[in-house]
Design a protein around this ligand. Structure first.
Ligand code: SF4
Length: 99
């Protein structure tokens, strides 16, 4: 399990900030993250490649087919990113995902 990430605060301001450190050991160890792009592609890893099209199943009457496609796609979910190999997949900027 990944150690809790430190957060930082300034006494003159409200709130705290934390840093996302994808190169830290264990960063991907408990990953259960999935993302769907604005175009309806399921991304199995933030730094993965391509995506699984879900767009044609994003209507209320296709829940079972949608579930089946997502479950089938999960078999291909990587155990971690490949940033250490200078491979960020299709992600050029995090803004592609809305942050
Ligand atoms: S880089 Fe990929 S595998 Fe690692 S935590 Fe993020 S989404 Fe999960």
């Amino acid at each position: 399990m990944m150690a809790p990430r430190p957060t930082y605060a300034h006494p003159d301001y409200r709130g705290r900030i934390g840093l996302i450190a994808p190169y830290a050991p264990g960063f991907c160890d408990s990953c259960n993250r999935l993302r769907v792009t604005a175009k309806g592609a399921l991304r199995l890893c933030l730094f993965g490649e391509l995506g699984v099209n879900l767009r044609d199943l994003l209507t209320p009457d296709q829940d079972e087919a949608l579930r089946a496609r997502i479950e089938a796609a999960l078999i291909g979910k990587p155990s971690g990113h490949r940033l250490h190999e200078s491979n960020s997949g299709d992600t050029r900027q995090l803004a592609q995902f809305g942050g």
